[in-house]
Design a protein around this ligand. Structure first.
Ligand code: FAQ
Length: 318
């Protein structure tokens, strides 16, 4: 997969210094204001990747709409998936304020030039996977996005505030589903543990590679786009999620897990980074299926986009 250019672009030093001072003062940068080209590039890369993740992330959950075990669970699942689509739209809209059209961002995704979160390349094999996604995947997303709500770019920060509120509901419905399964029959408890075993490690991978291997973090932190590193956020997620698992009787699938009383943090085995890099290079269990479905839906929706554009241009002429 190609990656976006990360080389520094020479900037006007006076404008750059004024820009950095604004960042240090905690000011938000707004769309029409001057910004360094690398700031724009990094934000476009990260925000479009985030938007693609929200939309591709609808697929693993949609797999269970027709098989939800009750009307209530079906309604909750439908509402959640619809929210994720809405998050994608806010984020495409926010990314467009940086000057790249949504159609171009989607083209980059289809051409394999833009990524989406690794976690959505895993299959949803049993109903408890829907609980595990809400609890673990949305739980990880919230830790990351609570930090991003304080990011330096105004439109991204405001989108994150709104999205975090909805992700909070998603997280609680996922945990509620896991509680229901753990209070159920032995088979239901086994389904919940099976889901935990398969989603734990992909959820930890969502935070990205270790800080020492993270090619973007230094620049993102310099520009106050990211305020905390991949490893720090991952640790926060681990520390808050393990007690939640234990309280409902789920076992963390990690034989080396231990709580370090001195640091106050849990210590885990290392992540299987070969698996992570394989998945982000397109070789995960569902990458082909996810992209195929997205491209097909995009092609099938072409007439809707054309009709909307025709309506908009007619409306403008009147
Ligand atoms: N998957 O230098 P870093 C959700 C790539 S939303 C794929 O450390 P960075 C809601 C990275 O792009 C979840 N690729 O990267 C929901 C880079 O490659 P590049 C999405 C990954 O940017 C719930 C390379 O590896 N959230 O779940 C991943 O500093 C349920 C080196 O990495 C966001 O996108 C990965 N996990 O940190 C929806 C939040 N990790 O681009 C439906 C915004 C790394 O140079 C159902 N994004 N890579 O070619 C971020 O916070 C950051 O971009 C990170 C990565 C933390 C994802």
């Amino acid at each position: 997969m190609e990656t976006l250019e990360k080389k520094s672009v020479a900037e006007d030093p006076i404008l750059e210094e004024a820009f950095m001072t604004r960042l240090l003062n905690g000011e938000k940068i707004e769309p029409k204001e001057w910004m360094p080209e690398n700031y724009r590039k990094q934000l476009t890369r990260m925000m479009s990747q985030h938007a693609h993740s929200e939309v591709i992330g609808m697929q693993p959950e949609a797999n269970w709409i027709t098989r939800a075990p009750s009307l209530l669970r079906k309604v909750i699942l439908l509402a959640k998936i619809q929210d994720e689509g809405g998050h994608g739209l806010y984020l495409y809209g926010s990314t467009e304020t940086l000057g790249t059209d949504r159609s171009e961002l989607i083209e980059q995704l289809h051409e394999g030039k833009a990524k989406y979160s690794s976690v959505f390349n895993y299959p949803t094999l049993n109903w408890a996977d829907i609980g595990a996604i809400g609890w673990l995947v949305d739980g990880a997303a919230i830790v990351n996005q609570t930090m991003l709500a304080k990011t330096s770019y105004g439109p991204y920060s405001r989108a994150m505030l709104r999205i975090c509120k909805e992700e909070g509901f998603h997280n609680r419905q996922g945990y509620d589903l896991m509680i229901a399964m753990m209070r159920g029959t032995k088979e239901q408890q086994e389904m919940a543990q099976d889901a935990m075993n398969r989603w734990w490690w992909p959820a930890l991978m969502m935070f990205g590679p270790h800080d020492k291997n993270s090619s973007n973090t230094i620049e993102l932190m310099k520009y106050r786009i990211k305020l905390e590193s991949n490893d720090d956020l991952r640790q926060q997620f681990i520390d808050r999620t393990i007690p939640q698992a234990e309280i409902i009787g789920l076992t963390i699938p990690d034989p080396n897990l231990k709580f370090n009383k001195e640091t106050g943090h849990y210590e885990t085995s290392d992540i299987n980074w070969d698996e992570f890099f394989n998945v982000i290079r397109g070789k995960g269990p569902c990458n082909k299926q996810r992209m195929h479905n997205h491209i097909q839906a995009h092609e099938e929706g072409k007439w809707v986009r054309e009709a909307a554009e025709a309506y908009a241009s007619k409306h403008k002429q009147l």
